[in-house]
Write a protein that binds this ligand. Structure first.
Ligand code: NAI
Length: 339
């Protein structure tokens, strides 16, 4: 086999990015089929991406013998069931984060993954495939920062998506701010330190859209994490960033510190005009992590073709979700939570 035929489920904000990459930017992959409950999304894939087969029923797609691998980019609450079904039908599986929203369901999914050791499973923590995060990881591994003592992470979505989020927050389950947004930062903290989180304390505030209080969602949240070796983590998560998409990470060690995207710059251009000195900022996740999404998809396909285990696995999904759900519980109970 030297070409992997992929079927993708979900063609929303991120599904379209993955589908486009699989159709045009990923080596040795063919975007063969798509699945969406919306005819308009299937038509988009046929017209814009040249996809041959469209399904409205996920089970039909995973039973298609022409499909080798499934990309899951559907709402988070569906991931576990869809992962299990695809594996049982003999497919390799890439799933977007979070792996699931319920720990029992994630554990059940992990036991299904373990029953199919010859099929690859990879989780979409794409920041691990971003060149700047990889550069920082290399510095940490070479000991340039000494022993890590604290990691501070910002993950704030643009405010232009907030209004529609407020509108649909009651009907869609994002898993809450920490499972939806901070999960990437939690994964990075585990990746950089090799440690698990033992305690969390989370707080939050809804100020622009107080109605989010009624549906248990947060506009801005913060959490302090204590890791196994007492390294500290600080998370700032939000959905109300007026200058664009703000993802910033700081690592502090005994010999030095570094920041990744200290200002979320779009490019190297500086504009000088009546507003002063202006640096354009990245506006959304497809723009900021465009190459990382391609890199992770290339890695998944390569893992299948070379029979290599993906570096981001279901345990990463389980551990990060445990921490995110502990943050949610801490915020809701206003208590320190042991993970
Ligand atoms: P979205 O709401 O824009 O799209 C959801 C898609 O799933 C739509 O195409 C919808 O038609 C489809 N869908 C809904 N119900 C379905 C069902 N029963 N069966 C099959 N398809 C169904 O959501 P978005 O923002 O694209 O997020 C999708 C997933 O990707 C989420 O799990 C989210 O956490 C993750 N995500 C990850 C990001 C990252 O940075 N890695 C960024 C954005 C999203």
């Amino acid at each position: 086999m030297n070409e992997i035929r992929v079927g993708i489920v979900g063609l929303g904000r991120l599904g379209k990015v993955h589908a486009h990459n699989l159709a045009y930017n990923v080596a040795n992959a063919t975007l063969y089929a798509v699945c969406s409950p919306l005819d308009s999304e299937i038509e988009y894939a046929k017209n814009e991406l040249g996809v041959k087969v469209g399904y409205t029923d996920y089970e039909d797609m995973v039973k298609d013998e022409q499909v080798d691998a499934i990309f899951i980019v559907s709402p988070s609450g569906l991931h576990c069931t869809q992962i299990q079904l695809a594996l049982k039908c003999g497919k390799h599986v890439f799933s977007e984060k979070p792996i699931g929203l319920n720990i029992d369901e994630i554990n059940e999914t992990i036991s299904v993954i373990n029953q199919y050791p010859n099929q690859k499973f990879m989780l979409g923590f794409m920041r691990r495939f971003d060149k700047d995060y990889l550069y920082a990881k290399d510095l940490v591994e070479k000991g340039e920062l000494g022993d890590l003592t604290l990691i501070r992470c910002y993950g704030i979505d643009p405010s232009d998506g907030l209004e529609s989020f407020v509108k649909f927050a009651g009907s869609s389950n994002s898993g809450g701010l920490f499972a939806d947004m901070s999960i990437h930062d939690i994964d990075l903290i585990r990746w950089f330190t090799g440690q698990e989180v033992k305690k969390v304390w989370a707080i939050g505030k809804n100020a622009a859209y107080k109605e989010l209080d009624d549906v248990g969602e947060l506009e801005t949240g913060a959490a302090m994490l204590q890791l196994g070796d007492n390294t500290m983590g600080i998370l700032v998560a939000g959905r109300n960033c007026h200058h664009g998409y703000h993802v910033e990470t700081e690592l502090i060690g005994t010999k030095g510190m570094l920041r990744i995207a200290q200002v979320p710059e779009k490019n190297l251009v500086t504009i000088m005009n009546e507003h002063g000195v202006v640096r354009p900022t990245s506006q959304n996740f497809p723009e900021r992590f465009s190459q990382a999404f391609i890199n992770e998809a290339n890695d998944f396909i390569e893992c299948i073709l070379t029979d290599r285990q993906p570096s981001v696995n279901a345990i990463d999904g389980l551990e990060s979700t445990k921490v995110a759900l502990a943050c949610k519980e801490s915020y809701e109970k206003n208590q320190l939570i042991t993970v």
